[in-house]
Design a protein around this ligand. Structure first.
Ligand SMILES: Nc1ccn([C@@H]2O[C@H](COP(=O)(O)OP(=O)(O)OP(=O)(O)O)[C@@H](O)[C@H]2O)c(=O)n1
Ligand SMILES: O=P(O)(O)OC[C@@H](O)[C@@H](O)[C@@H](O)CO
Length: 435
C-alpha cells in the first residue's frame, strides 16, 4: 500500500539542491545570466531556540546527522552567483560553527558573532563586509538576509528577491496568512480583527541594496534593536525605501517548534527518496529481477544499469539510492566496489547514501545455512561504511518459477526497498531482510 506522498508544493521544487554533489553541481542556470553584480548573504543564527524547547539551539539540531544550518548554507553556496555567506552565531557557538563548516566543506562561509537580539545579530553580520577594496569580505551590491533556520530556499525565488532588491532597494518574500490576526484589549478580550485578505506574513529571504540596509541599521533606534523583527520596516522607516514584495512557496517556513523540525526532516527524506539506481549483476536472472523491481518502484524515478556501467559516474549526481542485485552465485563484492567508490568521491558528505544489496537466492536452501560467513562479512562492512555516511542494507529474495509467488515476492521486495530508502534508519543497516 503506497503511502500518500506529500504534495509537490510541500517539497522544495528543485530536488536537485539536495541531490547534486560537488562534482556534478547542477548549473545554476538562471542566476549566472541575470546577476552581473556582487551578491552576499547574512544568515542570522545567533538565537537560542527557546520555543524549540531543546538544549541545542535549533539551528544546530541535526537532520540525517547534519545540522539544520548546513542545509540552509548549502542552499546558497550551491549558486555560483552568490558570494560570501556571513553566518552570525553566538560567541559560545563559534567553534561548533567552524567544525560544521569544515565537516561539510562549506567554502563560502565567514563566521561572526551575534548579538542579544536578531536585529543586533543581523547588523553585526552586515558590519563583516568592508568597504575597502582589498578586503577578504568585500562589500556586495546586494545583500540577502535569511534566517538560518529556513532550510528550503529555491534559486528562482532568490533570483527574484535579488533582482528586485537591485531595482527597488529592498525586497521580501511573503506568504498568505493561515490564521486571522486580531488585536486584544488589556483585559484579554477581543478588540478587533484584521481583514485577513489585506495582510500577508513576512517571510525570508529578504534582499537589500547593501548601502540602504546598512544605513537603516546605523540610524535605527535602541527600541528597534531590542524589539523589532522586520528588516523591511527599517529600510522604509529610516531610508524611505519601500520593499517590493514577492510571493514565496509554502516551503519558506521558519523552523521554530519541534513540529517544524520533524516536518523539515520529512521533506528532506521525501526529496532524497524520489529516485533510485538499480544495478543488475551480469546474470540473466538478476537483470530480469531488476526490470521487475523497476516496474514495482512506480513512485520513484529509477534507472536500471548493467554492472559494467558501475564505473560510470553519470548516475551518481542523479540519486543517493542504489539497489545492487546479485545472485547467490556471486557474493556482494560488486556492492563492496560501489560503496568504495562513494567514499572515493565523497558522495555521501552532505546526505546519507543508501545501498540495498539484493541477494537473489537461486538455490532451494535458505541462504543462512550456506553463507553464515558471508552474512557476518556483510554486517561488518555495513558497520564500517556507515562511518562514511553510507547506509548498507540487505534483502534476500528466493527465486521461483511460480508466477504468482514470484510476483508477490517482487512486490514485497519493492515495499521493503522503499521503506529502507525513505526511512534511512541506521538501526537496520547490515541486516539481511527477507522479501
Ligand atoms: N539574538 C538572535 C536571535 C535570533 N537570531 C536568529 O534569527 C533567526 C530567526 O529567529 P528565531 O526563529 O526567533 O530564533 P530564536 O530566537 O533562536 O528562537 P526563540 O525565539 O524560540 O528563542 C534564527 O536563525 C536565529 O538564530 C539571531 O541571529 N540572533
Ligand atoms: O520573530 P522571530 O525572531 O521568531 O523570527 C523572525 C521573523 O519575524 C522574520 O524572520 C520574518 O517575520 C521576516 O522579517
Amino acid at each position: 500500500m503506497q503511502q500518500e506522498r506529500c504534495s509537490s508544493s510541500d517539497r522544495p521544487l528543485d530536488p536537485g539542491s539536495l541531490l547534486e554533489c560537488d562534482a556534478e553541481r547542477s548549473a545554476d542556470r538562471l542566476g549566472c545570466a541575470a546577476v552581473d553584480f556582487p551578491v552576499a548573504v547574512v544568515l542570522p543564527a545567533g538565537g537560542s531556540g527557546e520555543r524549540m524547547g531543546l538544549a541545542t539551539p535549533k539551528q544546530f539540531c541535526t537532520i540525517l546527522n547534519r545540522p539544520l544550518i548546513s542545509f540552509t548554507i548549502q542552499a546558497f553556496e550551491r549558486l555560483s552567483w552568490i558570494g560570501t555567506v556571513v553566518v552570525v552565531v553566538a560567541k559560545e557557538n563559534h567553534d561548533l560553527m567552524l567544525n560544521i563548516v569544515q565537516k561539510f566543506n562549506h567554502t563560502k562561509v565567514k563566521v561572526v558573532h551575534g548579538g542579544t537580539t536578531r536585529h543586533r545579530s543581523i547588523f553585526n553580520g552586515l558590519q563583516a563586509f568592508s568597504s575597502t577594496t582589498d578586503s577578504l569580505t568585500p562589500k556586495p551590491k546586494v545583500v540577502i538576509i535569511h534566517d538560518a533556520v529556513r532550510p528550503f530556499v529555491e534559486e528562482d525565488l532568490l533570483l527574484k528577491i535579488t533582482l528586485a532588491a537591485k531595482e527597488q532597494g529592498a525586497s521580501g518574500a511573503i506568504r498568505p496568512l493561515v490564521s486571522t490576526v486580531i488585536a486584544t484589549t488589556s483585559e484579554g478580550y477581543l478588540d478587533h480583527s484584521l481583514e485577513r485578505a489585506k495582510y500577508r506574513a513576512s517571510e525570508m529571504p529578504q534582499g537589500f541594496l547593501y548601502d540602504i540596509i546598512f544605513q537603516a541599521y546605523q540610524r535605527c533606534s535602541e527600541f528597534d534593536f531590542e524589539f523589532g523583527s522586520e528588516c523591511l520596516h527599517l529600510a522604509l522607516q529610516y531610508c524611505g525605501t519601500n520593499a517590493k514584495l514577492i510571493d514565496g512557496p509554502p516551503t519558506l517556513w521558519k523552523v521554530t517548534y519541534k513540529r517544524d523540525l520533524a516536518a523539515a526532516e520529512a521533506i528532506i527524506k521525501e526529496t532524497l527518496s524520489m529516485s533510485a539506481c538499480i544495478i543488475a549483476g551480469a546474470e540473466a536472472e538478476a537483470v530480469e529481477l531488476a526490470k521487475a523491481l523497476q516496474k514495482n518502484l512506480k513512485m520513484m524515478e529509477t534507472d536500471v544499469i548493467p554492472c559494467a556501467k558501475e564505473s560510470n559516474t553519470e548516475y551518481l549526481s542523479k540519486t543517493r539510492n542504489f539497489i545492487h542485485i546479485s545472485t547467490t552465485a556471486s557474493n556482494f563484492s560488486g556492492t563492496l566496489d560501489m560503496v568504495k567508490r562513494f567514499e572515493d568521491i565523497d558522495h555521501a558528505r552532505l546526505y546519507p547514501v543508501v545501498v540495498v544489496w539484493v541477494q537473489l537466492n537461486m538455490t532451494n536452501q535458505s541462504v543462512d545455512s550456506q553463507k553464515t560467513e558471508e552474512l557476518r562479512a556483510f554486517r561488518s562492512l555495513a558497520s564500517e561504511v556507515i562511518l562514511g555516511n553510507v547506509l548498507l542494507y540487505g534483502i534476500q529474495i528466493d527465486h521461483t518459477k511460480v508466477p504468482e509467488q514470484w510476483e508477490r515476492s517482487v512486490e514485497r521486495l519493492a515495499e521493503i526497498t522503499v521503506a529502507l530508502i525513505r526511512d534511512r534508519n541506521a538501526a537496520l543497516t547490515g541486516q539481511l531482510l527477507h522479501a
